[in-house]
Every structure is written in structure tokens, then in C-alpha cells.
Design a protein around this ligand. Structure first.
Ligand code: ZN
Ligand code: ZN
Length: 556
């Protein structure tokens, strides 16, 4: 029986390029999971979009003398290009800048207001008398009370990493004009999070399938007690507040960005034949909703978004939030401002997608931080992808193609060793199935690779390249067994390595897409015409390690 799976993926800020830390944290695991469910024949919708609001975008726009729309549109195009080249298979990647998103956000706002979950309160806010505007936290600069750095922002000090309140910053200045801000009263809407603490605690305590770090973090947060949070602010860029008297204010980005999961599903449904199709993904009890995010975003998905959903009513809560830990680069934390990052557009300009998909899968930061290094990238590519998997596919297919008229050979009776190998391939399919269900992607790809290793050992024993001279039938049998395993490998590796799996699928003589053939044993009909194979992966020159490492931290 087929299942229905909703997959929501973190919304990247449209103010800079994507780096591989974000890919390892959310986008790749989400894509692997979506591809797995699609090949299983399940109904999947995977959505996300760029977050176009918030001060990071207005600051970038002011620095570059552009409008926030221009900045957001530029990065939206770049993101779409990255998904296409890297094979991140969104059903819809939209943005928070659409009329649809505004409509859905305002509907949620008004419904929560009507149900008494929003209320007005007056807060004291920084105001620049010279610019004549309220200043968001990030528009304030001053001296850090902890480390004395003179460039601390109103929300955080980058030098020591401590979060700050605007009021703590010593000698605060307006980041635009340098004037000292004054504090003025301003009226805002608050989300009554305190009303949800008990309901959320009950719900979270039932989520025993969550990763331990996520469950524990969420429980600690809830047990400390929630506080109500302002959901509007004094800025001009963002979604208008649908209440008279609030024309100069906008809905806070943290409140509306999470609504994107719902608005994107509605947009996706409208673009298809059935505009109401979003309902089955959001209102049907049988649907499971998964959210793929980085660990810096957990509370928004385990507490705040569920509170909003509970308040609104009749919408599914998350089933799982398999947030990943961080990926460090050459032993150091990613810093976009110091250019200590591997940028996706740069990577995709120079290398194929599957080698990075492979490395980030087999080294995924699922339960603890993991490290990316260029040395590891080259080693994994050359010693594992090329030497273990690529070489297996290439030597079996090339030899068969040349010696059996370009067709799948007719096997003789299988001996014990061949039967054991084929049984192992079938067990692998079942084992990986279970691993996918628990979102254990690292273990899943390791299991697939160990089947490839086992098949190489089998071929070393059988040596069909020698056997063919004395016993053509025995050689055909072992090649047939090896081809059968390769046919299963392309299925189990498809969620991880979609580009090379599709190639193997075609070399084996299958038509159409790997995905259409399902998650099952795919027997090869003897006599099926093969396609002349080419090497699946390219061996990389170790000289690139030094070149690439030297680029890190370079700022022009
Ligand atoms: Zn500091
Ligand atoms: Zn100013």
C-alpha cells in the first residue's frame, strides 16, 4: 500500500550563495529521502523556497545599492540552477515573495488573532532620530559587553559569538548613519506561545522516534517554559500586517517563513490539475510530514511551527524533524564572511554532482559534526567511487559487452557462491529499506557499498576473464550474477547517486527512468541488449587538494 509523505526543507535566505554545509545539513538528506519514497511508489511532495524577507536581505541590498527584490531574485535564480545541477529534486522551490504566500500568511495571522492567540503589546524599540526610522537589531552596531569588540551587532557579537540584546550593546550606533539611537514605544502583536506549553509537552513526549538530541533539546526548552514573542516589527520590507493602524509595520520573518511549508504546498497544488490536492498532505491523518533542517533551526520546527499549527487547527503536525549537526570545513567552522566555505556554484562549475553527493552521504553529520576536506573528497572519489563501485560496473559491463555480442548472457545453473551473492543482494535491499525509514542515510550508503565490495571479491574468485577461455558457460553465469547485483546497486544507490544510477540503468539496457522501475529486485532478461558502457566516474588528480585548500579563506 502506498504512503503519502510531505517533505519540507529549510528556507535559505536569498542574500548569498549556498555552501556545502547547508547541502549536508538539509538539502541532500531531504532529496535522498524524497527519491527513496518516489522509487518506492509513495506519493511525495517536497517543497521549500527562498526566504526573501528579513534584515539580512535589506542590509545586503543597501550595501550593494540595489532593491531587496533585485537581491532576492538574483539568488532565487542561482538556487534553482544549483538544485537542477546537483539533482535536488524539489516538487516546488518557490519564495516568500509570492502573493500566494502573503495570502496564506495573513489567513493564519487573522485566524490566530480571532482565536485569541495573538495580542497587542507596547515595546520599547531603538529608533534613529537622524534616519527617522526604527532600527532592527542588525541595524545597530556597538561595543560588545563581553569581549570589547567594537563591531558587535544588536543581535550578536561575531567576534565572540555571544547573542546580545540591543540594550546591552555599549555605545550603540545606527549602522546606516552612525547616530546614537533613542528608544521609543511601539505597538506590536505577540504570539501567545505560553498557551501552548502543556499541549506541546504532551505531544513531544510521544515522539520517541525523534533523534535523541532533538527530542532532548525540545523537552529542555519546553520545560524551561515558553515566553510570548513579538511577531510584527517596524520595518517596510516584508508581509503587511492585515490590521488597520499597522500599515507601517510588517510581519516578523521568523513567523512567516515557516508558513512557507503550507503556502508552497498550496502553490504546488494550484499549479497542477487539482488545486485542493494540498489538503491530502496537510489534513489527512495518514500523511507523514518530515522537516529537513540544520540544528540551528530546531526550536522553530519542534515548538514554534507546531504551536502555530495547533492554534490554527486541522493541520498535520510534524512526524519527524531529522535535523543534522554541522559540517566543518578542513577542521574549522564554516564562516561565510571569512569565505571559509565551499560554495555550490564554484563546486558545480568544476566537478560532477555525484562525487560530492557520495562524500556528503557517507560522511553525513547525522549524530555529530563531521568534517569535509578536499583530501577526503579526492580519496573517497578515487578509492571508493571509482575503485570499488565504478570499476565493478565498468569491468563487468565492458567485458560482457565485448564477449557476449553486447547482450545479457544466458546463465547456466547457479553454484552456491553465486546464490549466496544474489541472496546477499536481496537482503541488502531489505536492510537499506529499514535504514531509510529511520533516516539513517549514512548507514544505508555504507551497506550498499559493502555489497559492491563483496561483488568485487566474488569476481576476483570467479575471474570470468580467465574462465571464458575454458568454460564459456561458467563465465556467463558469474557475469550474469554480477550484472544482477549491479542492477540492484543502481536501485539502492539511486537516492544518493541519481546521475550515475541512471547511466547504469541505461547501460544495462533498461529504458526510461530508474525511478519508474520501483524498489525491488530487477531481474535481467538474458539476451537484453546492453548499451556500450563508459566509465561512470573520473579519477581526480591529487593536485587539486592543494589548489582548492588554498582558495579557502581568500577574500578579494
Ligand atoms: Zn564579543
Ligand atoms: Zn541612522
Amino acid at each position: 500500500m502506498s504512503e503519502r509523505i510531505f517533505i519540507g526543507v529549510a528556507w535559505p535566505y536569498a542574500n548569498g550563495s549556498l555552501h556545502i554545509g547547508q547541502i549536508a545539513g538539509a538539502y541532500l538528506p531531504a532529496d535522498i529521502f524524497a527519491r527513496y519514497h518516489r522509487i518506492k511508489g509513495n506519493e511525495v511532495v517536497m517543497v521549500s523556497g527562498s526566504d526573501q524577507h528579513g534584515t539580512p536581505i535589506t542590509i545586503k541590498a543597501e550595501q550593494e545599492g540595489k532593491t531587496p527584490e533585485e537581491i532576492a531574485d538574483y539568488y532565487q535564480r542561482e538556487f534553482l540552477d544549483c538544485w537542477q545541477k546537483f539533482g535536488i529534486s524539489f516538487d516546488l522551490f518557490t519564495s516568500t515573495g509570492t502573493p500566494n504566500h502573503t495570502e496564506v500568511t495573513q489567513d493564519i495571522f487573522l485566524k490566530l488573532l480571532e482565536k485569541g492567540y495573538l495580542y497587542k503589546n507596547t515595546v520599547s524599540q531603538a529608533y534613529c532620530p537622524s534616519c527617522q526610522r526604527f532600527l532592527p537589531d542588525r541595524y545597530i552596531e556597538g561595543t560588545c559587553p563581553h569581549c570589547g569588540d567594537p563591531k558587535a551587532r544588536g543581535d550578536q557579537c561575531d567576534a565572540c559569538g555571544k547573542p546580545l540584546n540591543t540594550a546591552e550593546v555599549i555605545d550603540p550606533r545606527c549602522r546606516i548613519c552612525g547616530t546614537a539611537p533613542v528608544f521609543r514605544d511601539s505597538e506590536h502583536f505577540f504570539l501567545k506561545l505560553t498557551a501552548f506549553t502543556d499541549k506541546l509537552l504532551d505531544w513531544v513526549r510521544q515522539q520517541e522516534h525523534w533523534r535523541a538530541n532533538i527530542l532532548n533539546f525540545t523537552l529542555r526548552y519546553l520545560e524551561e517554559g515558553l515566553i510570548d514573542r513579538a511577531i510584527t516589527r517596524d520595518i517596510g520590507w516584508g508581509i503587511p500586517v492585515p490590521v488597520a493602524g499597522f500599515e507601517d509595520k510588517r510581519i516578523y520573518v521568523w513567523f512567516e517563513a515557516v508558513i512557507g511549508y503550507l503556502s508552497a504546498t498550496k502553490e504546488w497544488a494550484k499549479s497542477g490539475s487539482d488545486g485542493e490536492k494540498w489538503r491530502s498532505f496537510w489534513q489527512d491523518d495518514g500523511t507523514k510530514s518530515y522537516y529537513f533542517i540544520g540544528k540551528d533551526n530546531i526550536a522553530f520546527h519542534t515548538i514554534i511551527w507546531p504551536a502555530m499549527l495547533l492554534g490554527y487547527g486541522d493541520l498535520n503536525l510534524p512526524h519527524d524533524i531529522p535535523a543534522n549537526e554541522f559540517l566543518t570545513i578542513e577542521g574549522r567552522k564554516v564562516s561565510t564572511s571569512q569565505n571559509w566555505a565551499v560554495w555550490m556554484p564554484d563546486y558545480l562549475e568544476r566537478y560532477d554532482p555525484d562525487p560530492l553527493r557520495y562524500l556528503l552521504s557517507i560522511n553525513m553529520p547525522e549524530t555529530s559534526d563531521t568534517d569535509f576536506s578536499w583530501r577526503e573528497f579526492v580519496r573517497r572519489n578515487n578509492d571508493e567511487l571509482v575503485a570499488t563501485y565504478g570499476n565493478l560496473v565498468n569491468r563487468v559491463l565492458t567485458f560482457t559487452y565485448r564477449n557476449y555480442d553486447g547482450c545479457v548472457p544466458q546463465p547456466g545453473e547457479l553454484d552456491d557462491q553465486s546464490r549466496v551473492l544474489l541472496k546477499k543482494a536481496e537482503d541488502t535491499l531489505a536492510k537499506i529499506d529499514g535504514l531509510f525509514y529511520g533516516c539513517h542515510f549514512r548507514e544505508a550508503i555504507r551497506t550498499a557499498m559493502s555489497l559492491a565490495q563483496e561483488t568485487n571479491r566474488y569476481l576476483d574468485d570467479k575471474a570470468p576473464w580467465k574462465a571464458i577461455k575454458e568454460d564459456r558457460q561458467a563465465a556467463a553465469t558469474s557475469l550474469y550474477a554480477a550484472l544482477s547485483v549491479i542492477s540492484q546497486l543502481k536501485t539502492v544507490l539511486y537516492p544518493f547517486l541519481p546521475f550515475s544510477s541512471q547511466k547504469v540503468h541505461e547501460y544495462l539496457g533498461f529504458e526510461g527512468k530508474v525511478e519508474d522501475y520501483g524498489w525491488k529486485r530487477q531481474d535481467l532478461p538474458p539476451g537484453q541488449k546492453l548499451l556500450e558502457p563508459k566509465p561512470l566516474f573520473i579519477k581526480l588528480d591529487t593536485a587539486l587538494v592543494e589548489e582548492e585548500t588554498a582558495r579557502l579563506g581568500q577574500t578579494s
